[in-house]
Design a protein around this ligand. Structure first.
Ligand SMILES: CC(C)(COP(=O)(O)OP(=O)(O)OC[C@H]1O[C@@H](n2cnc3c(N)ncnc32)[C@H](O)[C@@H]1OP(=O)(O)O)[C@@H](O)C(=O)NCCC(=O)NCCS
Length: 142
């Protein structure tokens, strides 16, 4: 059961998001300009308990310092929202969250993880052994 696992690194733990984490997780996503604030808690609470969702938070001493949203389609985990709290970058928080997502995707017998990333964060994913296969990312707004 992928949501059962957690990974810890010193006093930091990466675990499945719970309803109590919603406010802090939303704040990070908004502060890092990945999401609009309007309706965000409702969107997350409506989807976080889907069987194919891996919504993770990183917690340090009771404070939420990172969030990762990913969904699994039977082959691939798709992660499009990965962020750490402003000011907490480069402390391996993102790396620990991606490490936990890798573990959960393996536990689902998945084949790979695909991320949608700003170019500014591509170096982070490359450091986590992601490759750029030359695929084009197409978006249709609805
Ligand atoms: C991208 C992000 C999630 C990375 O998380 P992080 O906790 O800062 O990353 P880590 O500390 O785990 O970094 C691991 C390694 O990735 C690489 N890396 C991290 N950020 C990088 C960056 N901006 N540019 C290039 N390489 C980077 C480094 O090699 C780093 O190791 P080092 O610090 O020992 O040199 C975080 O910077 C963030 O929230 N950015 C704003 C939101 C965003 O752009 N999210 C991604 C798109 S969805």
């Amino acid at each position: 059961m992928p949501n059962a696992g957690t990974s810890s690194d010193g006093s930091r733990i990466v675990r499945a998001m719970t309803p109590d984490d919603l406010d802090a997780a939303c704040r990070i996503l908004v502060d890092q300009e990945l999401c609009d604030a309007e309706g965000l808690p409702q969107r997350l609470s409506a989807t976080m308990e889907m069987a194919n969702a891996d919504y993770l938070v990183a917690e340090e001493d009771g404070v939420i310092v990172g969030v990762t949203l990913s969904v699994f389609d039977g082959f691939t985990s798709f992660a499009s929202y990965v962020a750490v709290a402003p000011g907490a970058e480069r402390r391996q928080i993102g790396g620990q969250m991606i490490g936990e997502l890798i573990r959960r995707t393996q536990a689902r017998d998945g084949k790979n993880i695909v991320v949608a990333s700003w170019l500014s964060a591509a170096g982070f994913y490359r450091s986590m052994e992601f490759r750029m296969p030359g695929a084009v990312f197409l978006v249709r707004d609805v």
